[in-house]
Design a protein around this ligand. Structure first.
Ligand SMILES: [Zn+2]
Length: 443
């Protein structure tokens, strides 16, 4: 090799293909949304605060994440935030007894349909109507991320009970679901409650996945009713793009099975990780850390070592709830980490491949060269041992590789020389980060 730019340089790059779902007219939509969302933000915010105007957010749908074989790994679904508007019946438009009846009926419907999901107790709900600080408000959120069946039922009962229009209404929101559970959890990562990606590709590609929310600005009359449609303006949401990973779910499944088994059999203490890469393209076909976690229930600690640690802490410090919670948070964070990316790896015998290829390239050795193993070798002031109890005797290159013989590879390194060894070490990219498209890569 004349230069040190290797053609088969092992850049581990997770090649992720961005699939732009929205193509046509994208530029125009974007320009418009930037106008509505950024440039005129303060104007619309002021309008939304004005009682003359109602403003409803149109949530952009977050893009899905797919595997290379087309399986859905992450998906968003629509949920509803339940909003009450005391101002619609506290403005003197209803006689007091009718108003009180509406409050009572609304409280009954919401507490029966929402139960624990209600953000305040059912007996505190009427306070919003009788407390002067909240009585005239048109937007008070009383429940978050409620399913469509529940909202439909509330809507129907409100209609049947002849509750005032818009006394209770819903705003669309989204929730993230991971159909494959724990599969590739550390690669996929997840979103926080607000829907922003905070781990894995959910974080790395958050801007592409998120899209841009839209808004409906509508003028309302003095009673809070929407005025005819042409008095208001609609800014459509721009949905997020979807991601296609190079991860293949069949390979990923088997890697995770084998890794879990390996951790169990060898009683591994500090987690294990594995990667399957297409060596020609750098595409990551599988990447796993074990023990892993369930994306849909990520607070649960799956590592039996961590579980024992928590139990022991509780036993020794039965009254220290704060300390327990701190330890729990720390262990939970640890299990979310993608070990294959965030922790340095000491290559050990794997590095023999690099030493051999450099020596072959420089013709410091050939396939026919022989190396002698006496069970150890003396280098400067150190005695290095072979891993075997006996010795490997005389070996050619293939045998030395098969035996993973330490003295043989010391001899190969010596024939290559320090300077050349360093040049190849650099040329293979070991002094740089890989630039993988996952957050938190270690040196
Ligand atoms: Zn040996």
């Amino acid at each position: 090799m004349a230069t040190y730019k290797t053609s088969n340089r092992m850049k581990t790059r997770l090649v992720i293909v961005m699939a732009a779902i929205v193509i046509g007219g994208g530029l125009i939509d974007t320009a418009k949304l930037i106008e509505a969302g950024v440039i005129n933000h303060s104007k619309f915010a002021a309008m939304a605060n004005d009682n003359q105007f109602g403003s409803t957010t149109v949530k952009a749908a977050r893009g899905s994440i797919y595997s290379a074989d087309g399986k859905i790994l992450a998906q968003s679904s629509t949920v509803y935030n339940i909003i009450i508007a005391p101002g619609t019946i506290t403005n003197g438009s209803l006689p007091t007894d009718k108003r009180d009846e509406q409050i009572k009926t609304l409280t009954a419907i919401l507490s029966e349909e929402l139960g624990d999901k209600l953000s305040v107790g059912a007996n505190e709900l009427p306070d919003y109507f009788y407390n002067k600080d909240t009585a005239s408000k048109k937007w008070i959120k009383v429940a978050s991320k409620v399913g469509k069946p529940e909202w439909d039922k509330i809507k129907q009962r409100a209609k049947d009970s002849e509750l005032a229009a818009n006394l209770v209404y819903a705003e669309q929101d989204t929730t993230r679901y991971y159909p494959q559970g724990s599969m590739a959890a550390a690669v996929i990562g997840f979103t926080n409650y607000e829907g922003d990606g905070i781990y894995g590709v959910e974080k790395y590609y958050n801007d592409n996945l998120a899209g841009v929310d839209g808004k409906i600005i509508s003028a309302r009359d003095g009673y809070g009713n929407d005025l005819p449609y042409d008095e208001g303006e609609t800014y459509q949401a721009k949905d997020g793009d979807s991601l296609y990973l190079t991860i293949d779910t069949t390979l990923q499944y088997w890697v995770e099975q084998e890794l879990d088994n390996c951790v169990y059999v060898n009683n591994v203490q500090e987690r294990a990780c594995a990667i399957i890469m297409n060596a020609k393209t750098g595409a990551i076909l599988a990447m796993a850390s074990s023990p892993g976690f369930d994306l849909n229930n990520r607070g649960e600690i799956l590592s039996s070592k961590s579980q024992k640690e928590l139990e022991a802490y509780k036993e020794e410090n039965p009254d220290d709830e704060e300390g327990y919670n701190q330890l729990y948070a720390q262990l939970r964070e640890a299990q979310w980490k993608n070990k294959a990316v965030t922790e340095p790896y000491e290559p050990g015998s794997v590095f023999k491949v690099i030493t051999a290829s450099a020596a072959l390239e420089e013709t410091a050795i050939t396939e026919e060269s022989t190396f002698v193993c006496n069970g150890g070798i003396h280098v400067i002031d150190k005695d290095l041992k072979c891993w075997t109890k006996g010795d490997h005797g005389t070996q050619n290159l293939q045998q030395a590789m098969t035996n993973s013989c330490n003295p043989a590879f010391v001899q190969i390194g010596q024939r290559l020389g320090i300077e050349k060894f360093q040049q190849y070490y650099k040329a293979f990219g070991f002094t740089e980060k890989t630039g993988i498209d996952l957050p938190g890569e270690s040196q």
